[in-house]
Design a binder for this molecule. Structure first.
Ligand code: GPV
Length: 807
């Protein structure tokens, strides 16, 4: 793209505005200009996409199909311009045309087609798969409404619809000629004819799946991949036969059922919602994807017998698990293969990533829901389940193991067991997590087929999460670590370690952080209406709200700090600003109460004159990818404090580390690997280890004892009952931690880790008083974060699971 100058872009943007909006540059609004930018870049990517597809077909490459109900893409304009090597030219062109580039970028809505870590991981992997020149396609649903927008009203979360497509659809390329049909409901008729057993699915309702493709540009390559988002449409506005019989309402039912499938992303994170609409979403995108992949394969090879040699489906958690029976159905019913042939192909083309051990997130579908909505898939599932059960019995001769590993049991279909049975690989997302899968959650499956089990520690797109969002740090790295080499070779970051004693470098690092803090304070004033003190430590916990992530532990510690300040208002202390950002699933009442508590606490502290320039608490509204991009470069402390054994990996932890924040954290998920690289001396570790958590629970955990014994803890907890100046009591949260309310008290061991957490925070603040020491630690964090680049993770998938080549 060396030939594309800002002048070329100015011409292209002017032409787009005229052709698409009938507008001149002078007349164009910022929104029109944003769309024009998207369309100009889309054109360039479309050409490369076609070339890439031709190459893949010509060279008969094996392809990766990354299936995920979530792709949390965020914004694309700056990212695509960056990857195309056009960011400076685009900025220049916009300014030359009389626009403020920053305003145009800021206008783009986030494509929030995901909830949190799982969806953002998929987005980061698309970038790496493309940059590594792997032929790959992402598949999901083209939700009309992404994750809800969060407003805080009187301290409480209110959800608003996220209409991202108004502007965001500029990136989408509809391909109606590649529409697939997906069938729901109806019945199965079986008969013998011409010496064959025939299976006919009839009286079904058809939903059309229409691809809306988003092109994915790689960094420094012409290789271009696609994110294929399926939109749902009814084949006809009304059922004419019903309509003419006078059944007007019924006649529009099918139409409504079809279009509701792509309406909205389910906002539950790590919690299953056993709704039939969710099941329909899953089958809809799975069936459309399998059919579309099989169709292209047939066009190229004329047979499906070598399907597994040329295709691999990576399933992002169990949400796309129906890919297994759907591929079986297609191979048997449509392609006429035998069961054994079909099973061989299927079990050599599906791989499963598990993202949690929380039992409330393990998908189990009521069998009648599947029977009713997907009758043929149900038959296939029964057959898979029976054969698997026999295999398990023959191997173990142990009925408890048979039950544990069953796919259909007690009226439920267990999707994780289906993925293990029907997949060629199962992986966890950090060393600790993969170990727990083998030792605990899937121990029996591991005992029978140990070769299937792998680990691939998560990674993040470091081009977005460092280079693009932290230009100051990017500059420093280029100066010290071999120019832009780290962008394709992230371990080059380790060269920074050589500068640990270089006062000038450490000084530069601290100035970069200071500037980023001021920039964020400015952003927060404009968009959140809060005034931040840039002299305070920016201590940050941003992630979905979940009890196991323990935002409440963070809040309890802040309450303690506040109480200490009340005891001694004149005491001098290092100013601290605690920043929170979190969305709660709309139906997760406790999570919503914790948000309310943090806002009540913030209100109390921010209105108390004794806290001025000492303590500040801010709940940032509507935490999302684009807010994270502003916040993370400005953060100094990263709170990663989940109960050990509960966070599969975490990926926010990696983003903070890469931007030089120091971690206060437990030995959980990928924090363990961070600790391996950093040692005790470069992070603030605290709390029980995963095995100690298990032991304590087995022994019988009594939080009441800790409440009785520790006066500091007791005082903080009692404050929950009293509440704050807004008069709201948090007695319910107190009960959940101390007495237990129709559940065991303190399931996530906040009380057990409280004292250690306070001590870790204290060590952190003491270290902050020594800037040279702090900056040195920060430098080591950045230097050793290369291992957490998504490029490394994707290369591992490519080498050990997908068996595809890469650059
Ligand atoms: I399952 N994760 C998520 O965000 N949503 C889910 O529904 C499920 C898992 C997360 C895990 O909680 C994180 O620990 C992990 O880093 C992330 O998935 C990506 O693997």
């Amino acid at each position: 793209m060396a030939t594309v100058t800002s002048k070329t872009l100015e011409g292209a943007l002017g032409a787009k505005l005229r052709l698409n909006f009938g507008s001149t540059v002078e007349e164009a609004t910022d929104a029109q200009m944003m769309k024009a930018c998207a369309l100009v870049l889309r054109d360039m990517m479309a050409i490369r996409e076609v070339e890439t597809k031709q190459m893949v077909r010509r060279e008969e490459k094996r392809q990766v199909h990354y299936m995920s109900l979530e792709f949390l893409m965020g914004r694309s304009l700056m990212k695509n311009a960056y990857n195309l090597g056009l960011l400076p030219q685009l900025r220049q062109a916009l300014e030359n045309l009389g626009f403020r580039a920053a305003d145009i970028f800021e206008l783009e809505p986030d494509a929030a087609l995901g909830n949190g870590g799982l969806g953002r991981l998929a987005a980061c992997y698309l970038d790496s798969m493309t940059t590594l020149e792997i032929p790959a396609t992402g598949y999901s649903i083209c939700y009309e409404l992404g994750l809800f927008r969060q407003k805080i009203i009187e301290g409480q979360q209110v959800e608003l619809p996220d209409n991202w497509k108004d502007l965001g659809d500029a990136w989408l390329m509809p391909k109606p000629q590649e529409t697939e049909e997906v069938h729901f409901g109806g019945n199965i008729r079986e008969f013998w004819a011409d010496g064959y057993h025939h299976v006919v699915h009839e009286n079904y309702q058809t939903v059309l799946a229409i691809p809306c493709d988003m092109e994915i540009a790689g960094y420094e390559t012409r290789h271009t991949n696609t994110l294929r988002l399926w939109d749902a449409k009814s084949p006809s506005p009304v059922d004419m036969s019903l309509f003419s019989q006078g059944e007007y309402l019924k006649a529009t039912e099918a139409h409504a059922m079809a279009e509701v499938i792509a309406k909205v992303l389910y906002p539950e994170d790590k919690h299953i919602e056993g709704k039939s609409l969710r099941l329909k979403q899953q089958y809809f995108f799975v069936s459309a994807t399998v059919q579309s992949v099989a169709r292209r394969h047939l066009e190229t090879y004329g047979t499906l017998k070598n399907f597994h040699e040329k295709n691999v489906f990576q399933v992002n958690d169990t949400h796309p698990a129906l890919v297994i029976p759907e591929l079986m159905r297609l191979l048997i019913d449509d392609a006429g293969l035998s069961w054994d042939e079909a099973w061989y192909i299927t079990t050599h083309s599906v791989a499963y990533t598990n993202h949690t051990v929380l039992s409330e997130a393990l998908e189990r579908w009521p069998q009648d829901l599947i029977q009713r909505n997907l009758p043929r898939i149900w038959q296939v599932l029964v057959e898979i389940s029976n054969r698997w059960q026999k295999k398990v019995e023959d191997f173990y001769h142990d009925s408890t193991k048979t039950e544990d590993m069953a796919i259909i049991w007690g009226g439920q279909v267990r999707m994780a067991n289906l993925c293990i049975a029907g997949g060629m690989a199962v992986n966890g997302v950090s060393g600790l997590h993969s170990g727990i899968l083998k030792k605990d959650l899937f121990r029996n499956a591991y005992g029978m087929e140990p070769w299937k089990f792998q680990n691939v520690t998560n990674g993040i797109d470091h081009r977005r999460w460092l280079s693009e969002i932290n230009p100051g740090l990017d500059r420093l790295i280029r100066d010290l670590a071999g120019g832009d080499e780290y962008l394709l070779h992230p371990t080059a970051l380790s060269r920074l370690d050589d500068y640990a004693d270089d006062a000038e470098v450490l000084q530069r690092l601290s100035e970069i952080k200071r500037k980023n803090k001021e920039a964020f304070a400015d952003y927060a004033r404009r968009t959140q209406d809060v005034v931040l003190n840039p002299d305070a430590i920016f201590d940050v916990q941003v992630k979905r709200l979940h009890e196991y992530k323990r935002q409440l532990l963070n809040a309890l510690h802040i309450i303690t700090l506040y109480q200490q300040l009340q005891d001694d208002p004149g005491r001098s202390m290092q100013p601290q600003t605690f920043l929170f950002g979190a969305k709660a699933a709309p139906g997760y009442a406790v999570a919503k109460r914790i948000i309310h508590l943090i806002n009540s606490l913030a209100d109390q502290i921010n209105h108390d004159p004794i806290c001025k320039d000492k303590l500040q608490v801010v709940f940032l509204e509507n935490y999302r990818v684009s807010l994270a991009e502003q916040l993370i470069p400005a953060s100094e402390v990263s709170q990663q404090i989940s109960t050990a054994g509960k966070e599969a990996s975490g990926t926010g932890n990696m983003k903070f580390m890469m931007n030089g924040a120091l971690t206060v954290g437990t030995l959980d998920g990928a924090n363990v690997e961070m600790h391996d690289l950093l040692g005790d001396e470069n992070m603030f570790l605290f709390g029980l280890h995963a095995d100690e958590v298990a032991e304590l629970k087995a022994r019988g955990y009594l939080p009441q004892r800790l409440y009785a014994r520790d006066p500091i803890l007791r005082r903080a907890l009692d404050q929950l009952k009293t509440g704050f100046r807004d008069g709201v009591s948090y007695e319910d949260l107190f009960a959940r931690l101390v007495t237990g309310s129709n559940c065991a008290a303190d399931e996530y061991l906040l009380l057990a880790d409280f004292a250690a957490y306070c001590a870790a925070e204290k060590r952190m603040v003491e270290t902050y008083a020594n800037p040279a020491e702090w900056n040195r630690m920060s430098l080591h964090n950045i230097a050793r974060s290369g291992m957490f680049a998504a490029d490394r993770a994707v290369a591992e998938y490519a080498d050990h699971i997908w068996h595809v080549g890469h650059r």
